[in-house]
Design a protein around this ligand. Structure first.
Ligand code: NAD
Ligand code: UD1
Length: 336
């Protein structure tokens, strides 16, 4: 029996595949390489010294999915495949609704017809919107997303709730990620963003390698300890290990469970700049710029539900996140 990993060639997917293989699971990866490179699959094999099957295809292609489920013995699905750029989603909302929501519905239909009713889904802290105070807890109301990307995550969460209400054979684990950064210790896999990155750590590492001149710090007048935005950065390896615990849960029981995957610590933009400079030995040039539309002052998790119910806790600190981000970027300046 295997775990099907959609989007397994991507940033979080590739790290999760390493942890699943290390934990002894058999995996099958499905990806269309829209935002990833096949080299990441070679690197997963290199790191783990283990093999797996790969299918190149699209989660919106029902015939392809039906063939895959008919051919392979799949026990559960971890569903990473999706588009994730907030700014792009405002310019191309239909593509985001089609790929993320349409793709997920097609995948769920194929799973239902194949009798595979266990899924772990990649959601985001963005579903909490801007009116809940941090620390954010799973039982808080969700909604009020500020961009189509966030809205796709919100709708998919609702679709999964409705599905579990309609049929008690389903087993669903929705994971709300906070801000994943860092890379595998080997320096062989990491995030490979296309074009100019939007997320803070990727921007910082590109400044560090000289590809970008300086970091724009979006606002220094927030109500935080130094005026810059505070977020819950989590090492991608800790996040990936969270999926191994979530898979165990969906394999063992039915029903829907939702968990925050964060550390519970909030760091500001300037805290990250300082920590990165210390880890890399490189001074990061920055300028204070106006606030970015849609940003909030503070967003961090209460991770206690995942600790109590899954037995999972993030163990890697900020220094390690910065060191590992830097190792990946400096050893692979052009990505894969
Ligand atoms: P990523 O872009 O690196 O990985 C996504 C993978 O899915 C890519 O390999 C891409 O080629 C593939 N893909 C996209 N559409 C597909 C389709 N229609 N069919 C088949 N494959 C397809 O992104 P990531 O950072 O690894 O994120 C993984 C998931 O986690 C996404 O759903 C994302 O929205 C969610 N998430 C990410 C973050 C983050 O900060 N990285 C935060 C919260 C949630
Ligand atoms: C963003 C997305 C969110 C998504 C998450 C992970 C928005 C509004 N939200 O969250 O939906 O789930 O990424 O992919 O885009 N910053 C700078 N300069 C930069 C980049 C960022 O100062 O060049 C600041 C931001 O203002 C923020 C912090 O750094 O305070 C983190 O930003 P980012 O990495 O983009 O993550 P989020 O905004 O938390």
């Amino acid at each position: 029996m295997s775990i099907l990993v959609t989007g397994g060639a991507g940033y979080i997917g590739s790290h999760t595949c390493v942890e699943l293989l290390n934990a002894g699971y058999e995996i099958i990866i499905l990806d269309n390489f829209y935002n990833s490179k096949s080299e990441s699959l070679n690197r997963i094999k290199e790191i783990t010294n283990k093999d797996f099957k790969f299918y190149e295809g699209d989660i919106r292609d029902r015939e392809f999915l039906d063939n895959l489920f008919a051919t392979e013995n799949i026990e559960a699905v971890i569903h990473f495949a999706g588009l994730k750029a907030v700014g792009e989603s405002c310019q191309k909302p239909l593509e985001y609704y089609d790929n993320n929501i349409g793709g997920t519905v097609t995948l769920l239909l194929a799973m239902k017809d194949a009798g595979v009713k266990k899924i772990v889904f990649s959601s985001s802290a963005t579903v909490y919107g801007s009116s809940n105070p941090s620390p954010l807890k799973e039982e808080m109301p969700i909604g009020g997303t500020t961009n189509p990307y966030g809205t796709t995550k919100l709708y998919i969460e609702n679709i999964l709730q409705d599905l579990c209400k309609s049929d008690d054979e389903w087993s669903v684990c929705t994971l709300r990620y906070f801000n994943p950064i860092g890379a595998h210790k080997s320096g062989r896999i990491g995030e490979n963003p296309n074009g100019i990155p939007n997320n803070l750590m990727h921007y910082i590492t590109q400044v560090a390698v000289g590809k970008l001149d300086h970091l724009n710090v979006f606002g220094d007048d927030y109500d935080t300890h130094d005026g810059t935005g505070v977020r819950d950065y989590i090492h991608v390896v800790d996040l990936s290990i969270g999926h191994v615990y979530a898979v165990k849960k969906v394999l063992a029981e039915t029903g829907i469970n939702i968990y925050n995957l964060g550390t519970g610590n909030g760091y500001s933009v300037l805290d990250i700049v300082k920590a990165f400079s210390k880890a890399s030995g490189i001074e990061i040039k920055y300028e204070i710029a106006p606030r970015r539309d849609g940003d909030i002052a503070t967003c961090f998790s209460d991770p206690s539900k995942a600790k109590n119910e899954l037995g999972w806790v993030a163990e890697r600190g900020l220094e390690e996140m910065c060191e590992d981000s830097w190792r990946w970027q400096s050893e692979n300046p052009n990505g894969f």
